[in-house]
Write a protein that binds this ligand. Structure first.
Ligand code: SF4
Length: 378
């Protein structure tokens, strides 16, 4: 099984913390969609497996009109073997969600929404620079559910400057009460060159605080577990049977094709990424060339990629899988490196799985880095 990701590089407004690839100038939308459709055709041999998931991300795919989305869907169906019950996700912002849009999304076959709520509190939405308000954040979920879309994920951000522990608890209580079966919750990160970084440098906003974020993470784990959610990946929580198939496949090393400016693709042996420039992307596709850079992955890179992604999941590193990628007995070497984390209660080994403990999950990236293999010197 494989997945296709389509990157829609346009947003209504630039959020203060965001460093994704997008433009708030919409003049090129029609041309980018045309180029995306051309790229779908040119990349039709990249994946030979049936397509189990299709994911519209961005940017803000919910600002596309019906004709844009319909043309992309038609092109995917024409050039790939999209499975009959494929998971088809659309990332949507609350200010784009209304009955008319919902109806045509359902008609086009979109069966899962990932809604960028971020917070139910006006004060947070203000400093984030979001295009929606607190009323829209809550109302859009009910609208989507009434339109028949039950498979809904909502994004929330914690550890930000205006969010106390009590506020975070309230945000989670509201989220859980909506009945959505999936939550994606991210610690606020301050990316260089964003408006947020600028405001922090000018001391208009306080910097993020690791202890504050750790407290929010502990609250998140406790409240979601009590509500029956499984933390199947560091930042992702689902009710039984409601994991994101697209993202779960990505974390388990399945192949995927990324279409659109800045989109990434992976086929096990190499990864490639399209140019992050809308005008150049259009120009190149007009000449029949997909503009990407490519990196062939060494065995050590493939191994580290597996360690990094697997450790973030509830299943952890599988000894058999690791040995299949990196050669027999690699897992034994990893176990030696993992010993002190096991002694500290941050990693748990239950053969054949090496997993992060609840406390270890807050330090996933640092622990993974210590388990990485190194290229042998020539
Ligand atoms: S809507 Fe999403 S992609 Fe667009 S600027 Fe905001 S966070 Fe970034």
């Amino acid at each position: 099984m494989a997945g296709i990701y389509i990157h829609i590089p346009f947003c209504r407004k630039a959020c203060n913390y965001c460093n994704f690839h997008f433009s708030t100038n919409h003049q090129l939308i029609d041309q980018v969609i045309k180029a995306i459709i051309h790229e779908i055709e040119l990349q039709k041999t990249y994946l030979s497996e049936p397509i189990e998931t299709l994911y519209f991300g961005g940017g803000t795919p919910s600002l596309l009109n019906r004709a844009h989305l319909a043309k992309i869907m038609d092109a995917v169906k024409l050039h790939f073997n999209l499975m009959p019950h494929a998971e088809i996700t659309l990332e949507a912002n609350p200010d784009d969600i209304n009955n008319e849009q919902l109806n045509y999304w359902v008609e086009l076959g979109i069966n899962r929404l990932s809604i960028g709520i971020q917070s139910f509190r006006e004060e947070d939405l203000q400093w984030m620079g979001r295009a929606h308000n607190a009323d829209q954040a809550l109302a859009c979920i009910g609208l989507a559910q009434s339109a028949g879309i039950q498979n809904i994920s909502i994004d929330l951000i914690y550890g930000g400057p205006s969010l106390s522990n009590k506020d975070w608890i309230q945000n989670l209580e509201i989220a859980i009460k909506t009945g959505v079966p999936h939550l994606s919750c991210y610690a606020l990160t301050v990316e260089p060159k964003t408006a947020l970084a600028h405001k922090i440098n000018k001391q208009e906003l306080p910097n993020v605080d690791a202890a504050h974020q750790a407290a929010h993470f502990a609250i998140l784990q406790e409240m979601t577990a009590a509500a029956g959610f499984e933390q199947y990946e560091i930042s992702n929580f689902s009710l039984p049977g409601k994991r994101s198939i697209h993202n779960a496949n990505y974390w388990s090393g399945q192949f995927y094709l990324g279409i659109g400016p800045a989109a990434h693709s992976f086929n096990g042996l190499s990864r490639q990424w399209n140019i992050s420039n809308n005008a150049l992307y259009i120009q190149s596709l007009a000449q029949g060339i997909v503009p990407f850079e490519k990196e062939e992955l060494t065995l050590v890179q493939q191994t580290n990629e597996y360690i990094m992604t697997a450790l973030r999941t509830i299943e952890g590193i599988d000894a058999n899988r690791l040995d299949a990628i990196a050669g027999k007995a690699t897992f034994d070497v990893i176990l030696k490196d993992a010993a002190h984390y096991m002694n500290d209660g941050l990693l748990v080994y239950n053969h054949p799985h090496l997993c992060l403990s609840s406390a270890g999950k807050f330090m996933a990236d640092g622990i993974a880095a210590h388990l990485f293999r190194e290229e042998e010197a020539n």
